[in-house]
Design a protein around this ligand. Sequence first.
Ligand code: PLP
Length: 354
Amino acid sequence: MKLEIQPVTNPKPGITDENSLAFGQQFTDRMFVMEYDTGKGWHSARIQPYAPFTLDPAAMVLHYSQEIFEGLKAFRRADGSIAMFRPADNISRFNRSARRMCMPEVDEEFFLNSLLELIRLEADWIPHSEGTSLYIRPAMIATEPMLGVRPADQYLCYIILSPVGTYYKGGIAPVKIWISDHYVRATEGGTGEAKTGGNYAASLYAAREATLKGYDQVLWLDAKEKRYVEEVGSMNMLFLYDDKIVTSPLRGTVLDGITRRSVLTLLREMDYEIEERALTVDEVMEGAQNGRLQEAFGAGTAVVISPVGSFCYRDQCVQLGNGQTGDLTMKLYETLTGIQYGRIADKHDWVVTL
Ligand SMILES: *Cc1c(COP(=O)(O)O)cnc(C)c1O
C-alpha cells in the first residue's frame, strides 16, 4: 500500500510552554489515517492535517464500542536523535486486540513505517526537557452505519500525537492505592487482555469513587473470588515480596504490558527470582505490616514506574516501608528511563532511533 503525504497549510503555533504540558490535551499538526472495507481491505493510507472526523450517527463504534487503541512514546535524546521504545511490540499487541474485538489486523511493517514517517514529519513537536515526550495514540474504530449487532464491515484506523510533560512534576512520588472489594475490571473469558475502550468505560465509576475518597488509583481484584490482586488503572502491578518479585500472570484478565515485560527482563538480569502468580489481598495488607511486602509499584508507558506508598482495603490503610519510593523501584525507574533517553546502553534492542 502506498502512503500519501498531504501538505499542512495551517500549522499550529507549536508547543508554547514545555514546562506546563498536561497529558493528552494538545495535538500536533498531522495524523495518520487509513480506511478498511470488507472485500477491499485497508486502503487510502495517508498522513493528513489533524482534523475532526465526519461519522454517521449510526457508526457502530458509537453504539457497541468496537474500538481498540495503543499508547507509546517518542523521546528526544541529548544527542538530538529521536527514540521510540519497543514500537513493534505495541503494533503486535494492537493486532491481538483487533482479533479479540473481531476487527481487521493491520500490516505490522507498513503500520510501523507509517508511524515512523509521521514522527519524522512531526519531530518539532517532541519536547526537549528532561522527562517530556511525544505520546503516540494509535486507534481503530468501527465506522459502518448500521444498528445490528455484529462485527462491522468498515473501519477507520488512525494515529494521533500529543506532546506530554513529565508525569512526576516534583520528582517520582508514591501513590495511595484503593483496593476495591466491590467493582471489578475484567473477568476470565472477558476482554481484560485487549486494549479496548470498553474496559476503561467500565472502570470509571470505581475510579471516581476512589478520587472522591482521596485515593490516587484503584487496584482491581479478580472477579471470581475478589481475593487476588490483578492490576491498576493503566498499569501492571509488581511486588517485592520476601526478596522475590511477584506479579499477576497473564491469563486473560490482565493486560500484557510492555513496561511489565521490560521490567521483568531487567529484574531477571539482576538475579531476582520471579513468581508470576497472583498475590492475595491478605498478603498485601499483612505483608505491608510485617515487612514481607518490601516494595510495590505500577508499570505502564504513561508513568513508566509508579511507586506505591500505601494500600487501603475496606476500612484499613497500610503504609509500605516508610511510605517513600523503594530502592529497587527507583533503580528500575532510572534504568528504564535511562535506556529510553539514551543515558544507559540498550543491550536488548528495545530502542528504535530515527
Ligand atoms: C496499556 C495498559 C497497561 C500498560 O501497558 P504498557 O504496554 O506497559 O503501556 C496496563 N494495564 C492496562 C489496563 C492498560 O490498558
